[in-house]
Design a protein around this ligand. Structure first.
Ligand SMILES: *[C@@H]1O[C@H](CO)[C@@H](O)[C@H](O)[C@H]1NC(C)=O
Ligand SMILES: *[C@@H]1O[C@H](CO)[C@@H](O)[C@H](O)[C@H]1NC(C)=O
Length: 485
């Protein structure tokens, strides 16, 4: 059957809509020049325009290829990728007359961007990637006409100061990343002009010692990455204007405490990363303001000595709590009282935990992942697992000095009943325990039950063959009736 006429018409309209017009008004031209004309650059035709790549070459050859493109009327270069070249200076008018939508100049020793090199691309350019070059400052005059730019990537350059109004003119910019430069100063007006649209800012991997005041004006920012700097203090004022912030990354800085109300203005904050600092103290009011928003909290690789229950208690929606690699040696009976029922992920690996309190996990009735790997735990009481074992999908107790005792039978049965036997979980089968009187280790699922004298409270001694059937049929209630002789 032939498609009806209106379908063809719609398809044609659709095509025109997708391909649009080139920004210099000529009908769009999606034909690559002859290969020799642009060599060593390579041209391919993509759905939305040409994809041109020039690698391991120099200024002379790139200029030559651009001159060929300038001669083709209506050409739409959807991607122009200049990588691994020797291109220390971007000369004025190099792209004049070429409609480029996404421009990448990566790892090309670029240090100077002349004022009129990019200004001709104001209408078409939406993405500009200048990563891994030698830029020592933001080339503001070259940027100021890019009124349609959405993404600007200047990662891995040598910028040390962001001057006031550095990005003025980039009034549509949504994503700005400056990861791994040498930035130690960001002047107060640095982000002037970006407040309406900027949603993501990455200034991680720099030399900042405090949260720059300039970020406070970015009232539409959703994600702020400040990780891998040298920030040693934060205060409530630092984040005052960031009312839309959803995600804040402060990992790998030099924080020692989390002061009261530090994030109180961030009432939409969903994710907070504080791992890899030197935090020893979290004020009980540290997370005030985040009661109904915070779901992901990372506090790993710090020097926290106990679960900061007082600070965590108001977080009614907390789902993911990561406390790995701290110095927690015990878990209080009420460590999760009053807030734990929303937590689905709890990571306590690489701490100093010796004992688990028998009721400690009672409130964690949504828990799906529990990581206790690499602690000093020898016994895991059945009572502590009973309230959570039904919801648990991942439990890791490897690398603990576990003793083979009847208390561990929950694990043997749990692993046997695992629903999704993916590889990662199967590895956990190598969890071993020590059979003290035999001076040898067993994988927990092969504990010699017949020699362990486990009994049920209301039953005679169980033998290796009868116990499992009983347990498999109903995982926990029968388990709880067992105690060690
Ligand atoms: C950067 O480009 C040079 C050529 O100019 C190349 O030798 C080097 O391998 C590139 N580095 C990376 C990380 O790609
Ligand atoms: C960890 O805590 C113990 C006391 O529980 C203390 O003796 C030890 O010094 C702490 N370790 C560090 C690295 O602070």
């Amino acid at each position: 059957m032939n498609p009806p006429g209106w379908a063809i018409l719609l398809a044609a309209v659709g095509f025109c809509y997708v391909s649009g017009q080139s920004s210099n008004g000529a009908p769009p031209n999606f034909q690559c020049p002859v290969h020799q004309e642009v060599s060593p650059c390579v041209c391919n035709v993509k759905k939305n325009g040409l994809d041109i790549m020039c690698e391991f070459t120099d200024n002379y050859h790139i200029n030559k290829a651009m001159a060929v493109l300038k001669g083709k009327s209506g050409i739409v270069v959807y991607y122009l990728k200049l990588r691994h070249n020797n291109l220390p200076k971007l000369q004025s008018f190099i792209f004049l007359g070429i409609d480029i939508r996404h421009l990448t100049i990566h790892n090309s020793s670029l240090a100077v961007i002349e004022e009129s090199s990019l200004s001709s691309m104001g209408i078409g350019l939406t993405q500009l990637d200048l990563s891994q070059n030698s830029l020592g400052s933001v080339p503001s005059p070259a940027f100021k006409n890019l009124h349609h730019l959405l993404i600007l990537n200047m990662n891995h350059n040598k910028i040390s100061v962001i001057h006031s109004r550095a990005f003025e003119g980039l009034d549509t910019l949504e994503i700005l990343t400056l990861y791994e430069n040498k930035i130690s100063t960001i002047e107060d007006g640095a982000f002037k002009g970006l407040a309406k649209k900027l949603r993501r800012l990455n200034i991680g991997g720099n030399g900042l010692t405090a949260v720059p005041k300039a970020v406070g004006h970015l009232e539409n920012l959703r994600k702020l990455e400040l990780q891998e700097n040298s920030i040693s203090h934060i205060t409530e004022k630092d984040f005052e204007g960031l009312v839309k912030l959803d995600s804040l990354g402060l990992a790998h800085n030099h924080l020692r405490t989390v002061p009261p109300r530090a994030f109180s203005h961030l009432q939409e904050l969903n994710s907070l990363e504080l791992d890899g600092n030197s935090i020893t103290h979290i004020n009980p009011d540290a997370f005030v303001g985040l009661e109904v928003s915070l779901q992901y909290l990372r506090l790993g690789d710090n020097n926290i000595h106990q679960i900061p229950s007082d600070a965590l208690k108001p977080l009614h929606r907390l789902r993911h709590l990561d406390l790995r690699s701290n110095n927690i040696s015990y878990i209080a009976e009420d460590a999760f009282t009053g807030y734990g029922d929303s937590i689905t992920f709890l990571n306590l690996q690489k701490n100093n935990i010796k004992m688990l309190p028998s009721m400690g996990f009672d409130n964690l009735n949504s828990l799906e992942t529990l990581n206790l790997q690499n602690n000093k735990i020898s016994h895991i009481p059945e009572e502590i697992m009973e309230p959570i074992v039904d919801t648990l999908r991942v439990v890791d107790i490897m690398d603990n000095p576990l003793l083979c005792d009847c208390e561990l039978r929950w694990y043997k049965e749990w692993i046997k009943n695992l629903k999704d036997k993916d590889d990662e979980m199967m590895q956990k089968k190598r969890t071993v325990c020590t059979m003290e009187n035999e001076h040898r280790e067993y994988p927990v699922q092969n504990m010699p039950m017949d020699r362990m004298n486990c009994v049920g409270k209301n039953m005679e001694r169980t033998s290796a063959s009868s116990a499992p059937t009983l347990i498999v049929s109903a995982l926990l209630p029968p388990l709880l009736m067992f105690t060690c002789l």
